[in-house]
Design a binder for this molecule. Structure first.
Ligand SMILES: *[C@@H]1O[C@H](CO)[C@@H](O)[C@H](O)[C@H]1NC(C)=O
Ligand SMILES: *[C@@H]1O[C@H](CO)[C@@H](O)[C@H](O)[C@H]1NC(C)=O
Ligand SMILES: *[C@@H]1O[C@H](CO)[C@@H](O)[C@H](O)[C@H]1NC(C)=O
Ligand SMILES: *[C@@H]1O[C@H](CO)[C@@H](O)[C@H](O)[C@H]1NC(C)=O
Ligand SMILES: *[C@@H]1O[C@H](CO)[C@@H](O)[C@H](O)[C@H]1NC(C)=O
Ligand SMILES: *[C@@H]1O[C@H](CO)[C@@H](O)[C@H](O)[C@H]1NC(C)=O
Ligand SMILES: *[C@@H]1O[C@H](CO)[C@@H](O)[C@H](O)[C@H]1NC(C)=O
Ligand SMILES: *[C@@H]1O[C@H](CO)[C@@H](O)[C@H](O)[C@H]1NC(C)=O
Length: 382
């Protein structure tokens, strides 16, 4: 991952105009709810005074609603932090803040009275873990696109790791990890994330907790026999390691995450999909490959970069920005195309895993014309 590049000319022409992100492409629209779950068995080691660890979540549920409303992509406090943060991280001279403050997500209204909107309950649940430092909110477009195919998608902020988390009461927790972690530091960062995943799965059965996060659903626990996990970068690695430790996780998908941490000597049996940039021959991933004993597939996606596996391309394009000057950072693939690819492979992988039969024409490579950017690197056990 190479983040340094020279000064760029970005024209944020409509800097103060709201812009709407794409409507989810699938057969449902989605509801969007945010809330936190508190783990009283673990203190947050990042906090100055120990407090129970509070993971912040966004929940995207498939719903039938004929009309959507637009809601802020991020709370103001989070959005205003992102511009200066990324400008410093990537050495960009333009003011990026409006991209985050002005973006609007089209979602079903919360009020069940309007538009006959009702979530369709009890679809399989997909936990989503973001890249290191990156707030969960950078994946809301992709998460809603996946949810629109019939999954409950829950994106997670890991405290101390996400650069900023704004909680429902308005208080914030800032990330305090290193800007460029060493491999050892990345490895240490994985395990609190893995514990967060198991904690969330446990709380899905907690009627009180669910009623607090999803007031409209009320005290109805989720069934946890259809849960899987995916993520981007360190979040993708988190998904794989979490699956190896928690048998309730039925499958894992890693979007472009170098491997950190270790798998148990017996390996893991759940299906694992790895989607990467082109020509990434990550030795750590190759070393872990034989430990994946279930169905496994590694594909790469042409014209992507590490950042293409997030909402960032969509945000720039929806804001009317030319992404060409940022090609090194963002990739050159069209935002709608990378979303289609990520949604199609994720849905096919997860549906196959939940049905106990990973396969089908897309994953088997029998539809080469559907996504010409995608090529098989390695495949096993299906
Ligand atoms: C940031 O960009 C400027 C302008 O191109 C350049 O002079 C400077 O060296 C860059 N800084 C870093 C840390 O790359
Ligand atoms: C619904 O509630 C969530 C908080 O759970 C909020 O973030 C979102 O903006 C609300 N949506 C609408 C359409 O008001
Ligand atoms: C968290 O910290 C508080 C205050 O120091 C302490 O009383 C409590 O036992 C700690 N809880 C856990 C689970 O470590
Ligand atoms: C989703 O909402 C849009 C309006 O924003 C509407 O045009 C579309 O038909 C809805 N899709 C579904 C599947 O209900
Ligand atoms: C966020 O900031 C905008 C622009 O300053 C303001 O109009 C809006 O009311 C703020 N939203 C909230 C929830 O405070
Ligand atoms: C269930 O959730 C409630 C509300 O968040 C919490 O107070 C309680 O400790 C949870 N119960 C268990 C067993 O985790
Ligand atoms: C990837 O590697 C192959 C074989 O070395 C090479 O032909 C191809 O141009 C490379 N593609 C990219 C995008 O670097
Ligand atoms: C990658 O982008 C280039 C330039 O836009 C294009 O010519 C090429 O067909 C793309 N590759 C794939 C596999 O789509």
């Amino acid at each position: 991952m190479q983040y340094t590049f020279s000064i760029l000319t970005l024209f944020l022409a409509n800097a103060s105009a709201e812009f709407l992100l794409p409507t989810p492409p699938g057969r449902y629209n989605v509801t969007f709810t945010t809330g936190s779950l508190v783990d009283y068995t673990r203190n947050d080691t990042n906090a100055a005074t120990p407090v129970p660890r509070a993971v912040m979540l966004s929940v995207f549920q498939p719903a039938t609603c004929a009309s959507t409303v637009s809601v802020p992509y991020m709370p103001n406090k989070t959005a205003e932090y992102q511009g200066p943060f990324l400008q410093a991280l990537f050495n960009i001279s333009a003011d990026l803040t409006p991209i985050f403050t002005e973006a609007r997500l089209p979602v079903c209204p919360n009020d069940s009275g309007s538009g006959g909107c009702s979530p369709v309950n009890d679809y399989p649940i997909l936990l989503f873990s973001p890249g290191y430092i990156i707030p969960r909110l950078y994946y809301s477009v992709i998460a809603s696109a996946i949810a629109s195919e019939g999954f409950v998608v829950i994106t997670i902020d890991h405290p101390g790791d996400a650069n900023i988390i704004t909680y429902p009461d308005g208080h914030t927790v800032y990330g305090n990890g290193p800007i460029s972690p060493t491999p050892e530091e990345y490895t240490q960062l994985v395990y609190p994330r893995v514990a967060d995943a198991s904690f969330i799965i446990e709380q899905l059965s907690n009627a009180t907790a669910i009623a607090e996060v999803l007031p409209r659903r009320g005290p109805i626990p989720f069934q946890t026999d259809h849960v899987a996990m995916l993520g981007h970068s360190l979040g993708g690695v988190t998904a794989v390691i979490a699956a190896s430790q928690d048998p309730r996780i039925c499958a894992a998908i890693n979007w472009d995450g170098t491997f950190y941490g270790t798998l148990p000597p017996t390996g893991l049996s759940q299906p694992v999909l790895y989607m990467s940039e082109v020509n990434v021959t990550d030795p750590a991933w190759l070393a872990a490959w034989p430990q994946m004993k279930g169905p496994k597939l590694w594909v790469d996606v042409a014209n992507t970069s590490h950042q293409s596996f997030s909402d960032v391309l969509t945000l720039f394009e929806a804001a009317g920005q030319d992404t060409a000057p940022l090609a090194d950072l963002l990739g050159t693939i069209a935002s709608a195309e990378i979303v289609r690819i990520l949604v199609a492979y994720t849905a096919a992988w997860m549906n196959g895993a939940f049905a106990g039969k990973v396969g089908g024409p897309l994953l088997g490579g029998q539809e080469p014309d559907r996504f010409p950017e995608v090529s098989k690197v390695m495949k096993g056990n299906f």
